[in-house]
Design a protein around this ligand. Structure first.
Ligand code: BGC
Ligand code: BGC
Length: 808
């Protein structure tokens, strides 16, 4: 090893000539090999870094909040795209744009620094939680809850490897996956990100995904070509919050909590996972981002984790006494990287000041920076011949995005995850049968893919055209029916001219992510599927229910009305895997990884007690599995009056959005469930916007001559209090209308002037009492003659003192 350093420099200089910047030039001090070399490289780099650039390594902003110039100046150690973020502001940007941005940021991060300061390439993290699904055209694998039902870690390993390849195509280094939450309360909106309620199964599947993404620890390809950094998240307790409230509180004996919720971590660490993401939840009153006993003493000490700890989306700001820009507590507790999507500048400045004034010891900064650098070292970012993203393995191989072999793995995962809960003999479907396929979900790939698909929440405005190369459940059934010598007809509303031999009803939950999916109970209130199943039952047509959902729900009514019932979960882009089971091309081997609730109640079921079907339940297709009628009583179906129609981004049960055109003919539309999505027919679209918190408000865009409103099944009475914002004055008449039913207008008022006055003044409150409309009705509706945008943060009903005037 004559002059090792000299040879490194020679390579670096040679590549300089070919416009390759010098990466992490090493000082003479580093002459070691193996682990000693990793230690020496990291120590050497830290010794030569400025405080500013050390802090830069600990800051992770999101792509749409900084520029390449910011990257060159601040040298962020990493950055992310959020679920709603795409390169250059385009969520649906082609893969080549993702790679272009990766190169641009890498180049900005490797501009030479003065005074011999080492250059540390940045890295990009993304949520490829069921395939590289932020990118159009990627293979969309079933969500984790479905993979749990396959009980097949080898398959999950293949999914990890395929996902890593698709991530590499776009030049991204790091995946925020697997979620190893042990969901214990299925009311939680992230239940589908959990493999199982059984910690041992989660541990097995999580470790398998880590190995697929990173390669097997000890193997030559570990963190090599075709591999990306994995993240076990969210540490820990995310699946154990009270009432299943996202980001909520986890309480109880700490050892008992660890014995459920921390179980997957030793397995992931054993598999070599390089990153752990801190959770939003608290444990016994202390938010995890600020929990030194658990983040440092337990994770680092007891569990021996040596990779980096990344925070969650502004998770540090939830620590008592912290804000997004000011939070030494998190670093002191053991967080290494702050995920600070937008407020990176203020946080950077404060951290630097806090090191300078002694609030944060330099030793802690060096330790955190060291952990980031170690991961970079292991993934090869600090190699002397490290390449920019577009020159790495698989980069730009767009032919491998949605690659046929990857889709084959996804289709297999779909087939293996279908769980047959009931089958009175109608399955497998007869060859040559004439099949009617009903339900609006049947040909809706976005619905089958669920949340974290192209957008954060998924669904909404996405159409099948956004999923090139994908196969809807309907398309899969059509192909299988034809292949068997039969026919298939798509009829979303279940109508037909010629009676079919059998009907398949595809229905289920509409996409959601994180807290937007939290529920107060286990009841599924959308009755489209139920109506169709009962219709076929009445017509004497055998019907198969294919239920799309992110969790088990109380389904007794639907199960009774169906001849066969299949829990299909969120299968993703390869819908043909569903037909593989229905038509018997493959034997059904999927078995529940979650207990299925027997009754209509809110409390969680984890185990046989209270379960209709326990973990492990499911039937082979060839096996008849009839079921005696189940109890259908459910007091929770009678929605009680809620005065909070829409508050903090949450829509109360029994509250619905209405829209209409041409005068007021309000139609309730399930497209607007959760107040998201667009409805061309009604001329209205809604999207989540941030007022005080993520997507806690909605922006409603109305076409000329359309109406939008909110009503409730049970009218709680009282006046309306609406927090709203008018970005631009109306250009035509806007009216406020009270309606108790379609065409039942009970009050009307021209509010053009009021809204013109309110425009461009920010958020304000509107109070509507019986002083300005004849009668306060079930739905409050805004009708605009011209195209108009209004934002709504909350709608409440409230009893106000008699005679209270209206105000805007
Ligand atoms: C989620 C994480 C995710 C992160 C980045 C957070 O809101 O909780 O799971 O990795 O955002 O998108
Ligand atoms: C998600 C991000 C998403 C953002 C939207 C976060 O909680 O994890 O990925 O883009 O919210 O506001």
């Amino acid at each position: 090893m004559r002059n090792w350093t000299a040879s490194i420099l020679a390579i670096a200089l040679a590549s300089c000539a070919t416009t390759q910047p010098v990466v992490a030039p090493l000082s003479d001090a580093v002459q070691e090999t193996g682990q000693a070399r990793e230690n020496a490289v990291v120590a050497d780099l830290i010794a030569r870094m400025s405080l500013e650039h050390k802090i830069g390594q600990l800051i992770q902003p999101q792509i749409n909040s900084f520029t390449a110039a910011d990257m060159a100046q601040y040298r962020f150690g990493s950055y992310l795209n959020g679920g709603n973020g795409g390169p250059y502001g385009d969520e649906l940007a082609p893969a080549s744009e993702w790679l272009r941005l990766a190169d641009e940021m890498w180049e900005a991060s490797t501009q030479p620094l003065p005074n011999g300061e080492p250059v540390i390439p940045t890295m990009w993290g993304t949520d490829a939680v069921h395939g590289h699904t932020n990118v159009v055209g990627a293979t969309i694998f079933p969500h984790n809850i479905a993979l749990g039902a396959t009980h097949d870690p080898a398959l999950v390993r293949l999914i990890g490897a395929a996902t890593a390849t698709e991530i590499e195509i776009t030049g991204i280094d790091w995946n925020f996956s697997p979620t190893v939450a042990v969901a214990r309360d299925d009311r939680w909106g992230r239940t589908y990100e959990s493999y199982s309620e059984d910690p041992a199964l989660v541990a097995q599947m999580g470790a398998a995904l880590v190995e697929g993404l990173q390669g097997k620890s000890g193997n030559d390809d570990f963190l090599g070509n075709g591999r990306v950094i994995a993240t076990a998240k969210h540490f820990f307790g995310d699946g154990g919050t009270a009432q299943g409230v996202d980001q909520g509180d986890v309480n109880g004996d700490i050892d008992a909590l660890k014995s459920i919720h921390a179980v997957p971590y030793p397995a992931a660490i054993g598999a070599g996972v390089q990153a752990v993401m801190a959770s939003f939840n608290s444990i016994n009153g202390t938010k995890m981002h600020g929990n030194k006993a658990l983040l440092t003493d337990y994770l680092r000490g007891d569990l021996g984790f040596e990779g980096l700890v990344v925070g969650d989306w502004n998770g540090h700001a939830q620590i008592a006494g912290c804000t997004t820009v000011n939070c030494p507590q998190a670093l002191l507790a053991g967080l290494d990287i702050y995920m600070v999507p937008d407020d990176w500048k203020g946080l950077t400045e404060n951290l630097i000041a806090q090191v300078n004034d002694g609030t944060i010891p330099m030793a802690r900064v060096d330790e955190a920076v060291g952990r980031v650098l170690r991961v970079k070292y292991r993934i090869g970012l600090l190699d002397a011949d490290a390449k920019k993203p577009s020159e790495r393995a698989n980069a730009g191989r767009y032919d491998k995005l949605g690659f046929a072999p990857h889709r084959a793995v996804a289709r297999e995962a779909v087939a293996k995850s279908q769980v047959i809960l009931k089958n009175d003999g109608v399955l497998p479907l007869q060859a040559g049968a004439n099949v009617l396929v009903a339900g609006t979900a049947a040909d809706d790939i976005a619905q089958a893919a669920g949340g974290w698909t192209l957008t954060w929440q998924g669904g909404g405005e996405l159409t099948n055209a956004d999923f090139p190369g994908a196969t809807s459940i309907w398309a899969g059934i059509e192909a299988a029916a034809q292949e068997s010598g039969g026919t298939a007809t798509l009829s979303p509303d279940g109508s037909f001219d010629v009676a079919p031999d059998v009907a398949i009803v595809v229905f289920g939950e509409r996409p959601y992510a994180e807290f937007a999916g939290d529920q107060k109970d286990m009841v599924f209130r959308d009755e489209e599927g139920l109506r169709l199943l009962r219709k076929f039952q009445a017509e004497g047509i055998p019907a198969v229910a294919v239920f799309l959902s992110g969790r088990p729900l109380w389904m007794n009514r639907e199960i009774n009305a169906a001849d066969a019932f299949v829990a299909s979960w969120l299968p993703g882009s390869e819908g043909a895997g569903v037909a593989d089971i229905l038509f018997g091309a493959k034997e059904a081997t999927g078995r529940l990884s979650f207990s299925w609730p027997a009754g209509c109640f809110g409390a969680p079921v984890n185990g046989p007690e209270g379960a209709l079907f326990p973990v492990g339940y499911g039937h082979a297709t060839s096996e008849a599995a009839p079921l005696a009628p189940l109890a259908e009583e459910c007091s929770l179906l009678d929605v009680t009056a809620s005065a909070d129609y829409f508050v903090s981004g949450r829509v109360a049960p029994g509250v619905f959005a209405v829209g209409g055109r041409e005068g007021v003919d309000p139609t309730s539309d399930s497209v607007f469930e959760q107040f998201r999505g667009a409805n061309e027919r009604l001329g209205v679209s809604m999207r989540g916007i941030d007022r005080n918190a993520q997507e806690d408000a909605r922006e409603v865009t109305m076409n000329a001559g359309s109406a939008f409103g909110i009503g409730a099944v049970v009218d709680p009475g009282g006046s309306y209090r609406i927090v709203y914002d008018i970005p631009k004055p109306p250009t035509g008449k806007v009216s406020l209308i009270m309606a108790t039913g379609p065409n039942e207008v009970v009050g009307e008022m021209d509010i053009t002037q009021q809204l013109t006055h309110a425009a461009e003044k920010g958020w304000r409150e509107m109070i509507v009492t019986d002083q300005c409309v004849d009668k306060l009705g079930g739905a409050v509706i805004f009708f605009s003659e011209e195209a108009f945008v209004m934002r709504i943060a909350s709608v409440r009903r409230e009893v106000l003192p008699e005679g209270t005037a209206c105000s805007f």
